[in-house]
Design a protein around this ligand. Sequence first.
Ligand code: SAH
Length: 346
Amino acid sequence: MTVKKKDIRALTKEQLRDFFVSQGDKAFRGNQVYEWLWQKAVHTFDDMTNVSKQTRQMLEDNFVINHIEVDNMQRSNDGTVKNAVRLHDGLIVESVLIPTETRTTACVSSQVGCSLDCKFCATARLKRMRNLNPDEIYDQVVAIDKESRLYHNRPLSNIVFMGMGEPLMNYNNVIKAIDKITSPEGLGMSPKRITLSTSGIPKMIKKMADDEVKFNLAVSLHSAIDDVRTSIMPFNETFPLADLKESLEYWYAKTKRKISYEYVVWKGVNDTKKDIDALVKFCKYVPSKVNIIEYNPIDDGDYQQASSEALDNYINTLEKHKIVVNVRRSRGKDIDAACGQLANKS
Ligand code: SAH
């Protein structure tokens, strides 16, 4: 009978130290191995060169190091890189490196597929297969950091949880991954450079506030009118705007951090004055800013980007009300790497 070996990266540092003590070794060995597993992110025990051959063999007999493999890398003509990432069980997720003049941003996935059903998003078509483990989220960041150093001669500077999946539906693992990313024993990145984007799950937004997380929050709003939002994001029926508003007020009261609203404007969906006025009103509940995202068409063409007049109306009205608004140009469209296009096509 073969015994299924445990994934060593599921152990905390304490558990790893205890394991070495139980083997008659020093607890300190646990620290060494932990550093190899996270900070140096090696994929084999043989790479742990300051650990004796005998100990490496003992680890090999007891554990596996589950790790991702960048299966297919595509580079866009605007410098965006999309990784198709193979997980230890063969499933695939995608992550994206987005370079600008001053920063390199990693857009990472939190689930294989997605449990939500946003009508305009390609990932929604995949259904949710499973949550990613903390190490699988962490490894996507490590892979993009390496690519950033290789292609742009600088380390990764920012991370957004805007890839596949709904991060607040995999809350514990996302938090564990962010802890490792920000820890000096991991990548030592500042949480100020991390943004979690959610479709808006009120209960979990409150939980994040209670947990005093230090990263930024973005909410995919797309409409501030319940009927309209439910027609494009059906789960809004269960989590209506009034509940979302209340959770955001709670978030702001606890964290004092501004919220970003992600917003796409579609022709005939949310491009009227009524839609704009509702957004202005919503923006006044808590300090916030609006990121208008260009629509990236997905296959069937049911949705179309609104006219430039409609966009200008949004921008002018928001600015008139002193609400900060940014317009985000799509990146990596030619390789299906832009927002909402991640669907494991290749
Ligand atoms: N589930 C999370 C994160 C993934 S989606 C969330 O909903 O925020 C990342 C962003 O891309 C969201 O703002 C989402 O609404 C947006 N998006 C989805 N499909 C899109 C598309 N086809 N074009 C432009 N943006 C899209």
